[in-house]
Design a protein around this ligand. Structure first.
Ligand SMILES: [Zn+2]
Length: 70
């Protein structure tokens, strides 16, 4: 718990990851969709995986991947 000098910690709880492929190479999506706006009201943020391009939502402040679409 006192060894936070690397960003390569596998059990990093705050590091968002893709629920599909598990990749952490994701980016926050600044979409303007109405759906995103609604989800934002529920403290969720849209993300997109740069590896498999899976689009998903994470709950803040907790990281909780949710598969809303499949
Ligand atoms: Zn992915």
């Amino acid at each position: 718990m006192s060894n936070i000098d690397e960003e390569e910690q596998p059990a990093e709880p705050r590091k968002p990851f893709c629920p599909k492929c598990g990749s952490t190479d994701i980016r926050g999506s600044q979409s303007h969709r109405m759906l995103d706006f609604l989800l934002k009201s529920f403290s969720r943020r849209p993300y997109r995986c740069r590896s498999c391009r899976k689009r998903f939502y994470l709950r803040r402040p907790e990281v909780d991947p949710a598969n809303d679409e499949e």
